[in-house]
Ligand binder design. Structure first.
Ligand code: PEP
Ligand code: MN
Length: 342
């Protein structure tokens, strides 16, 4: 960390900063500048709390030199992580040259609904089926998911159609159950900073699909991933699902620029969810194409056979024919990039 002093900081204020650094068992290095002096700090093994120095008189600001996350950073592990998800239809690889297609309804509503959608997305080429049995809803009066009954329907989908299952755990109790049914456990945007859930996910043996919070920075997303990896689960898949901005033509603003940013800072794969990222059916295909072009390691797409009757997120769910077209077009874009859909 660099502690930048005010241009008019006194020698004793600079000395006080150096003594505070030493009191923490670290080494201060005074760097005189043309306008102001900086004190560089070395010897720390983890991130330093800038607040310790910012409150001292004569200090202008503190600049972090190293990132606060370690295990998920590309520095610590330059090799790109490829996550293998075994399914009855074969292993799905997420990361590197492989691009995963995950599709299904927002929520599991009943067996017939889930089966009709599973049949169609499987025929289109998806190998991973998404669908929530536990739904984190803004309103307590909205459909909350079928719970364990929904997980049982998902187990049937896996058996009948050979699809791997991606489904959400909303708290530590649901995680205990979800873990037994899911091939990939989703942690939703609203739970991105539920630290006890993140730690619990870190003790799971299943891959974790971690969605970006509605107002989370990239560093906050990576710190959330660090919680999971530091507890012992290295299989984390990040997911951009749109953030809150002032744009009112879209449910959320899909921040596609995070994809190359993640690839630079981290070795973890990142998916893009153009369904929650836009909130409107007509925007899903264009943004899915863009996500493939920008280098996403997979897509998470909501599909429904009767979206007008869906219990959640019908407005943003693609019809199966539209999903078919999405797979075909995304496949063509990936071909140009020497990447393959799986
Ligand atoms: C979902 O995937 O259906 C979902 C609830 O997503 P998010 O957490 O991104 O809102
Ligand atoms: Mn949804």
């Amino acid at each position: 960390m660099l502690v930048i002093m005010h241009p008019d900081a006194t020698a004793s204020q600079i000395q006080a900063v150096c003594e505070r650094v030493q009191s923490l068992g670290l080494r201060p290095h005074i760097i005189p500048g043309s306008l102001s002096t900086a004190v560089a700090i070395t010897g720390n093994t983890g991130a330093l709390d800038a607040g310790v120095f910012e409150v001292m008189s004569g200090v202008s600001e503190c600049l972090a030199v190293t990132k606060p996350y370690k295990l998920v950073s590309r520095h610590s592990n330059p090799e790109t992580t490829v996550i293998s998800v075994p399914t009855p239809l074969g292993v799905v690889h997420i990361g590197g040259g492989s691009v995963a297609m995950i599709a299904g309804p927002c929520a599991i509503e009943n067996a017939a609904q889930a089966e009709a959608i599973a049949q169609r997305v499987q025929r289109s080429g998806a190998r991973l089926f998404r669908g929530g049995a536990y739904k984190p809803r803004t309103s307590p009066y909205s459909f909350q998911g079928l719970g364990e009954a929904g997980l049982n329907i998902l187990a049937g989908i896996r058996e009948r159609f050979g699809l791997g299952i991606v489904t959400e755990a909303v708290d530590n109790e649901s995680m205990d159950l979800v873990e037994r049914y899911a091939d990939v456990i989703q942690i939703g945007a609203r739970s991105m900073q539920n630290f006890s859930l993140l730690k619990r996910a870190g003790r799971s043996r299943q891959p974790i699909l971690l969605k970006r919070g509605l107002a989370a920075t990239l560093d906050e997303l990576l710190m959330a991933a660090e919680y999971i990896v530091s507890e012992g689960n290295p299989r984390v898949i990040l997911c951009e699902r749109g953030i809150r901005t002032f744009s009112d033509h879209t449910r959320n603003t899909l921040d596609l620029s995070i994809v190359p940013a993640v690839h630079r800072r981290s070795h973890l794969p990142i998916l893009v969810d153009p369904s929650h990222g836009t909130g409107h059916r007509h925007k899903v295909l264009p943004l899915a194409r863009a996500a493939a072009a920008v280098g996403a390691d997979g897509l998470l797409v909501e599909v429904h056979t009767t979206p007008e009757q869906a219990l959640s997120d019908g407005r943003q769910s693609l019809l199966p024919d539209e999903f078919d077209r999405l797979v075909a077009e995304v496949g063509r874009i990936l071909g140009v990039l020497d990447r393959t859909l799986n």
